[in-house]
Structure formats: structure tokens, C-alpha cells
Design a protein around this ligand. Sequence first.
Ligand SMILES: Nc1nc2c(c(=O)[nH]1)N[C@H]1C(S)=C(S)[C@@H](COP(=O)(O)OP(=O)(O)OC[C@H]3O[C@@H](n4cnc5c(=O)[nH]c(N)nc54)[C@H](O)[C@@H]3O)O[C@H]1N2
Ligand SMILES: Nc1nc2c(c(=O)[nH]1)N[C@H]1C(S)=C(S)[C@@H](COP(=O)(O)OP(=O)(O)OC[C@H]3O[C@@H](n4cnc5c(=O)[nH]c(N)nc54)[C@H](O)[C@@H]3O)O[C@H]1N2
Ligand SMILES: [Mo]
Length: 691
Amino acid sequence: MSTATGRIVRAACPHDCPDTCAMEVTVADGRAVKLRGAADMPFTHGALCTKVAHYLERVYSDQRLLYPMKRIGAKGEGRFTRITWDEALDTIAQRFGAIAADDPRAILPYSYAGTMGLVHSSGMDRRFFHRLGASLLDRTICASAGAYGWKATIGASVGADPEAVANARLILIWGANPVVSNLHGWRHLQEAKRRGARLVCIDPWRTQTAEKCDLHLAPLPGSDGALALAMMQVLIAEDHLDHDYVARHTTGFAELRERVREYTPEWAATLTGLPADAIRQLARDYAAAGHHSLIRLNYGLNRHAGGGMAVRNVACLPALTGAWRQPGCGALLSTSGNFPVDQRALERPDLYPDPARFPPRTINMTTIGRDLLEASDPPIRAIYVYNSNPLAVAPDGNRVRQGFAREDLFCVVHELFQTDTADYADILLPATSQLEHYDVHTAYGHLYALTNTPAIAPLGEAKPNSEVFRLLAQRLGFTEPALFDSDEAVAAAAFRQGDPRTQGLGGALDERGWARLNLPRPFAPFAAGGFPTPSGKCEFLSQRLAAAGLDPLPAWHPPRESAPVSPALAARYPLALISPPARNFLNSSFANLPRFLAAEGAPRLEIHPQDAAARGLADGDELRIHNARGEFRARATVTDRVRTGVVVSPSIWWRKLAPDGRNVNAVTSDALTDFGGGACFYDCLVEVARA
Ligand SMILES: Nc1nc2c(c(=O)[nH]1)N[C@H]1C(S)=C(S)[C@@H](COP(=O)(O)OP(=O)(O)OC[C@H]3O[C@@H](n4cnc5c(=O)[nH]c(N)nc54)[C@H](O)[C@@H]3O)O[C@H]1N2
Ligand SMILES: Nc1nc2c(c(=O)[nH]1)N[C@H]1C(S)=C(S)[C@@H](COP(=O)(O)OP(=O)(O)OC[C@H]3O[C@@H](n4cnc5c(=O)[nH]c(N)nc54)[C@H](O)[C@@H]3O)O[C@H]1N2
Ligand SMILES: [Mo]
């Protein structure tokens, strides 16, 4: 398409967000001059969020890395000198080759979701590291606990159709802040509200979302599992059940009834900090909505020691009332399981060279600090970071920093910007932005696949992830054709051949950049059961959990750092700290650019007036937030948006841009969740004092 003022290119937002927007980029004389949300893409609906509406400021930022560099200062100092791509690639290939000759598992790829594109986040990168025989990375830092709990119950990451939610009469927004982190999903929730639905927000913090709901319930962090158990207890004890749905489409109801018998609202009241009456009323309201209720979860409730079980407990609720029967009703955590991604074809785990000599070794990305310092057999000798900024985002940040500071660690960072992590690189490589490379996207908050067509040439000497791996494969003497596929060929392998959900979408994807999966509209996946579990039912009782040595039934898994579990710790560090997304940052992305820094101001800590008074703190005070793991500084916002006993620090700030060179992850722990080996970012006790 072209217009008088330029050519229009169809793109996709690369960022880690449920909304995965379709974008239109206007290009004139080789420069992107305008970027907006695609008006014809139903979910994007012509609008972008406060961050990506200004994506061109990111693309053309004077902070962009434009050529390869090598370190000349100490690790962490951030002093580099320009080198050629040949020198950079030769150095990496030589070091990787030498280490691999001893044991390739001493090399670790480290990546998450800087881009969610399949080619550049789970395509050529995976193929290269599989062929190298490097350590495998378990990508747990965000959603693995909740995904595990959900899948144990429902079977796959499939739920209510996000475009049909206006059909619901009662919506529980649970551990989610859609105004900030799912803006386009919020549009549909608002539509439900306009049509008379009642919105209830369940969040320890009075967020912008909570303010727009009819009711806000503020449970203590990590107590959602107890709240959901008590709701089940009321539904069952008062017989608010869809008996037909329960009989036909669930397993283990009798065992569940037995299990929840004692989990009364009175029991949950002390754990959640909510009045028993409010819990009972919530359950009765949920029952009264019948088949027309929706639970919109996000991952806020899964960043706790019991986060996997909490999501499982919540996921049981709609099968009790039969709410899955109605389109847009039931529950929604992620839609990603609707996309028939062919991981074996994309990632080629079969390229792993010698499993007999080097049995595959997996490193959990959440414990990267500990692993860099302590892993043996073999120790990590080299790390290649791309699509991630672990120095800012990984928990137990002091140990992460110590790990990356190891003089004997060979560190490659491929980045658009000189992040906190980049400062520790031996070789720092410049990456392309989304406007400079080709990719294909699925989504976790809607049902559309997207294609991203490059709009402009790479800036400076920037290269896409895939290209660097092709060049390294060549230098290491690898010959497998899969390591040299073009980006378009990798993308073509992304979806399972012959799956009806993606059959025939290619044309629309090429021309228009987006296409809805071939699914009924509206899509009510479990209206007649058919859960993708081993039993084909919603599994109150899970044989798979039993086989894994886990409790097969819903249960109460308390937060690790809480008064009941760790009274001595809670006496020293009485405040529960959560650090959810700041509206103008995307994890640590955008947190280096002037517009977004100005909008967020400074690192802040919200604290209740009573907790502030008890410590002699006033609004605007510079605070020291600390526990046994570390400390960071933030400015006090004294507000009743948080309940007593809870403090909130919107995140994720770059540590080097903070006056003390630290951020919130100095105090978070690298403990793992009950299911899925996830991170416990919001399971964190601290004390606060004036700095
Ligand atoms: N603007 C913006 N958007 C984003 C992101 C961003 O950084 N900025 N990040 C993206 C990413 S990677 C993700 S994973 C998603 C995250 O999106 P969400 O999962 O929605 O984000 P979270 O902040 O983790 O959790 C949402 C809410 O859960 C609340 N919460 C914390 N602990 C608990 C608890 O124990 N129980 C309950 N009920 N609620 C709790 C928090 O206060 C927060 O308001 O958003 C994506 N979108
Ligand atoms: N305290 C606390 N910590 C948290 C969270 C929290 O809520 N509180 N949230 C957690 C969650 S949900 C998540 S998902 C993680 C997020 O952790 P990350 O996925 O590491 O997210 P970002 O901080 O956005 O870092 C992504 C980096 O990838 C780079 N990048 C973007 N595109 C490309 C590309 O094409 N190629 C290359 N090579 N690089 C690229 C970006 O410039 C950016 O620096 O953080 C977790 N950490
Ligand atoms: Mo995330």
C-alpha cells in the first residue's frame, strides 16, 4: 500500500503483553515517519498503548546501539570500544568453540520476551543453541506457575474468547490490571460494564483498574488460593452448582467436596485479610450470575510460592457453576494454547549433538544469580543474553550482579540499548528493532496471528537475532541446513502443517498482517466439555499431579514469606512488597527513554498512612526498603491505595538510572513457586525506613 505521503507497512507489536497489536508504519524516503494501531484489526481497534504509540522514539533513540563493541573497562563499568562484526563473531565463535570442546553445557543462552516474535525468540536462536549442545534454559520468570496450575486443571492455555466477554454479567478481574497491562482487553471488559455487567477487582492494590470496577476486594498478597477454596466451599455447601455440567464434564467432584469442607469463609478470612461476609457474598454473587460469569486472571497471583495452586483453585470455579457454557464466560488466563505452534520444527531439539556424552542440562532462568555463582557439572563459563535484561528483571539482584561480575565468565549481550546487563558484556552486539526485521506472532490475549514486515533497513550495523546465529553457525563449522534457513522459512515452519486452525491464513497474514484463527466466533471452548486434559474433563482431581508427586486436589499453599509460615521473618520485615508493572514501562523496556521516565517520575513506594505514621514517614520522603537480601531506595507515596501491611513499588526501573544503582529486585528472592519453577517476585517481606 502507498499513499501520497509514504508507503504503509504492516507490522506487529513485539512486546510481552497479552494484546499483541497490529501496527501500520508509514515510511517515506526509507524512514518510518508515523506508526499507529491498525484500524482494521478488530482487537487493536486502531489504538496503541501509551508506550508503543511512541515506538518510533525507541527505534530512532540516540541511545540505540549501532555497532558491535568490546569491553575495555571493568565488568559493569559500561566502557566499550567499537569493533567490526568480523572481530565480534570471530571472538564469540573462538570462545564458544573452545568451551564446547570441553563441555558445551558450560555455555548458557539467556533470553525471555524482549520480542515475542517466533523467529527471533524461539526459532533460529533455539536451533543454534541446540546444535551447539549448550545448557537448556527453563523460561520460568513470568508465567510458568500459573500456566502449570491452569493446565493441570483445564488442560491447555485456552479459555474464554476475549472478544465475547461482553456477554458476561459478573466479571472478576483477579490478579490482573488490564488498564495497565491489557489495555485492549480492557476495552471489551468496559463494553461488558456498559451493558450492565458488574466488575469486581481482586487485587491487594487499588489500581487504575480497581478504581473503575464496581467493587474492589484487597486480599493480602499470595492469599488467592485460600479465597478460591472458600468460594468453592460456599458454592458446594449452599448447592449453587450446575450439577449437569459437574457430572458430565469434571473429575473428582466427590473428593473436591470432601477437601473443601473445612475451607470456610471464616477460615479464609484470617489468611486473606478479608471479612468472612465479603467472601461469602462474593461466592453468592458468583453463583447468582449463573452461566454468565467470567474470571479474567492475569499473572499477578502467580508470583508467589503458592501461585501455581492459586491459579488451579481459581480455574476450578467456572466448572462448578457451568459458566463455561456461555461464550465469553468461564475464565481466561491465556489464549496461547489455541495457536498450533510447531515447537519441534521451529526449535529443532533434535539437533542436540551428543546426549549420551553430555546429557542435556537445564538451568532455571529465575535462579540465574545462584547458578552463575554455584552451578557445577559443569560451571557456567559463557552466557549469551538476548531478548532480556536479567540485571534488572531477575530476582535476588545482588547475586545476579555478582554472577555477571565473574571475571572468568565470557558474556555476550545482544541488545538495542546499553542496559544494566549490557554493562557486563565482553562483547556487546547491536540488535534490530521490530521495524527492521521480519517475524510472525501468536498472542496470549486474543485469537489472531500476526506477521511483521520490515519497514526500514537496520539502523547502523544492527542485526536481527536470527542473522547473528546464522553467522555464528557458519563460523563454528555447522552444516545443518536448518541453521541457515531464511527468516521467512523459519516463520513458515511456525505452525503445524495441516492444523485447521491456521489452514489458509497465509494470504491474509501476508497482505494485511493479521488473521483470526479458524475458530468459531464467538468461541466457547468448553461449552460442551471437551477439555484438553487426559480425562477430557475439567480435573478437580488430577492424576497427572499425583503422578508428579504433587497433591492431586486443590489445596492451600501459603506464601513463603508471611507471618503464618515465617513468623520470625515477619517480625523483622513486616511489610509485604509487590512490584507490578508501571504503566509507562514494559518490564524494563522503555525505562531508559526520556518520555517514559518523565511520565513515571522516580522509583516510588506506596505505603498506607498507618504504616507510614508508625515509622515516622511522610509523603515524598526518600526511603530505604530492605531485607536480608538487600536494599533499594524509593520515594514515599503515602496513600490508602494500598492496604496496611502491604507496600507497592511500580516496576521495573533500570538500576543504573536510580541514584543508588539498585532496583526492587535487590530485595526479591529467587525461591521457586510450588508448580512450574516460577519466580516469587511478589512473595517478599521488607522493612522500610527513611534513607
Ligand atoms: N504497561 C505495562 N504492561 C505490561 C507489562 C508492563 O511491564 N507494563 N508487562 C507485561 C508482562 S511481561 C506481563 S506478564 C503482563 C503482566 O500483567 P499482569 O499479570 O496483569 O500484571 P501483574 O502486575 O503481574 O499483576 C496484576 C495485578 O496483580 C496484583 N497482584 C499482585 N500480587 C497479587 C496477589 O497475590 N493476588 C492478587 N489477586 N493480585 C495480586 C498487582 O497489584 C497487579 O495490579 O503484563 C504485560 N503488560
Ligand atoms: N520485581 C519484579 N521483577 C519482574 C517482574 C515484576 O513484576 N516485578 N516481572 C517479571 C516478568 S512478568 C517478566 S516477563 C520479566 C521480563 O523480563 P525481560 O523479558 O528480560 O523483559 P525486559 O526487561 O523488557 O527486557 C527485554 C530486553 O530485550 C531487548 N530486546 C527487544 N527486542 C530485541 C531483539 O529483537 N533482539 C534482542 N537481542 N534484544 C531485544 C530489549 O531492548 C530489552 O532490554 O521480568 C520479570 N521481573
Ligand atoms: Mo511477564
